[in-house]
Design a protein around this ligand. Structure first.
Ligand SMILES: Cc1cc2nc3c(=O)[nH]c(=O)nc-3n(C[C@H](O)[C@H](O)[C@H](O)COP(=O)(O)OP(=O)(O)OC[C@H]3O[C@@H](n4cnc5c(N)ncnc54)[C@H](O)[C@@H]3O)c2cc1C
Length: 395
């Protein structure tokens, strides 16, 4: 005999846990299925930055996410660090190309409601005395709250469980069951689970579960590395990004890897500079982006390149002790917006959040819960519909 639920959520990352949390809070019977542990994927391996999206279509989803996270910080049975207010994000530039990229990013942020201010010369040194002298100009954005992403994801899962969800780890979903024209559940290693609605939130692995159903979604994986440095007092006091990382990296990485590019050049890692002070005084250095085709890292040299970029920005970090380095795989779409929509009768997809899964997770959970329960969406769902991609086949 198989179990039966209102909703089966596949994936225990920030997106799946936010969906289970919202659905359980609204009284649905929910099972959450995670093949490893909660937050095993990118959700437990990222910067944990809540930055204002540079895309106006994402702002309502981001706003709902922040409100949800305040509730999780208050109610979760574990401590979840969330900065009460922005710590500030300083975009720094060395040459004219970077200056132009910094201006473009700052103005885009301003158009999305972020207060900005140009800072040069001595004002820049006063803000960040340890910054390399070549980085002579910048923009200060009143933005950037840090959250502990793994604790947040676990907090969502624990609250979902407190509200009745059946949270199962170590249980891999092998396929989606479709009978008489609609999806009716999933099959895991332990057998079938029936559900009126299946929510696929399996991160970069989501499309492998929809493809056998004839639903080909453009969701791929982009690996990113982080390097953790010990406290030595030579880092920044706010988030510092080298100009261009947010905008240029997206442009320099083609929307999707082709077999020709992969064969000729491999995954072409792009390494930028993002240096983040942690609340405990240690420093997190990023970032990188490379198409992830294999489970194993394609270029194990990336953490060293990230370190050298961080040291170029903050020379005193050369003496800091590397504590650890790790990578996560972001689920990406060609336009950097997630797919959150019903893609077949009984089947909802919530994935492709790229570099903004934490920023957008809570709002995604609300939209999914509304879709599953036939309620009005909390904000315009049109930007998240898969029919924006011509090559997607939605049945
Ligand atoms: C270096 C780095 C820095 C980042 N920084 C930020 C940041 O500052 N702010 C931000 O908002 N975002 C950031 N991101 C992006 C963010 O981490 C992702 O967008 C987000 O974690 C995606 O969440 P997810 O739940 O979709 O996927 P995942 O976290 O990958 O979760 C998917 C889960 O599904 C499980 N799963 C897969 N297949 C199956 C199956 N068949 N059966 C059962 N379970 C399955 C996996 O084990 C996994 O746990 C960063 C990412 C990286 C790599």
């Amino acid at each position: 005999m198989s179990d039966a639920f209102d909703v089966a959520v596949v994936g225990g990352g920030i997106i799946g846990c936010a969906c289970a949390y919202e659905l359980a809070t609204r009284g649905a019977s929910v099972v959450l299925l995670e093949r490893e542990q909660i937050a095993a994927g990118a959700s437990g391996r990222n910067h944990g930055l809540l930055l204002t999206p540079l895309d106006a279509a994402l702002l309502p989803m981001a706003g709902r996410s922040s409100a949800t996270y305040e509730d999780v910080v208050r109610d979760a049975p574990l401590r979840v660090h969330l900065d009460p207010s922005p710590i500030g994000f300083l975009i720094v530039a060395e040459d004219d190309v970077e200056r132009e990229a910094a201006r473009e990013e700052a103005e885009t942020a301003a158009a999305c409601g972020v207060p900005i201010e140009a800072v040069d010369g001595s004002a820049l040194r006063e803000l960040e005395p340890a910054l390399a002298p070549e980085l002579s100009s910048g923009w200060l954005l009143q933005d950037g709250r840090r959250v502990d992403p793994a604790a947040l994801t676990v907090g969502l899962a624990l609250l979902a469980r407190e509200r009745g969800a059946d949270v199962r780890t170590g249980e891999t979903v092998r396929s989606v069951i479709r009978g008489s024209g609609r999806v009716t559940g999933v099959v895991t290693d332990r057998g079938p689970i029936l559900a009126s609605t299946v929510v696929l939130a399996a991160g970069p692995w989501t499309a492998t579960l929809t493809r056998p159903l004839g639903v080909d979604l453009p969701i791929a994986g982009a690996r990113g590395w982080l390097v953790h440095l010990g406290a030595n007092g030579a880092g920044p006091s706010r988030l510092i990004g080298r100009a261009g990382w947010h905008l240029v990296s997206e442009r320099e990485t083609p929307a999707f890897l082709t077999a020709r590019t992969w064969a000729a050049e491999g995954s072409r890692p792009f390494v930028g500079g993002l240096v983040q002070p942690n609340p405990d005084g240690t420093v997190l250095a990023g970032g990188s982006r490379a198409w992830a085709v294999t489970e194993e890292p394609e270029d194990p040299e990336v953490p060293r390149k990230i370190l050298s970029s961080a040291v170029r920005m903050f020379p005193g970090l050369a003496e800091a002790r590397p504590l650890a380095a790790w990578w996560g795989v972001r689920p990406v779409t060609p336009d950097d917006r997630p797919i959150v929509a019903r893609v077949a009768d009984g089947l909802i997809v919530a994935s492709g959040h790229g570099s903004q899964g934490v920023i957008l997770g809570g709002g995604t959970g609300e939209l999914v819960a509304a879709l599953a329960q036939g309620e009005p969406p909390p904000f315009d769902p049109a930007p998240f519909a898969p029919d924006r991609f011509a090559r997607t086949m939605v049945e």
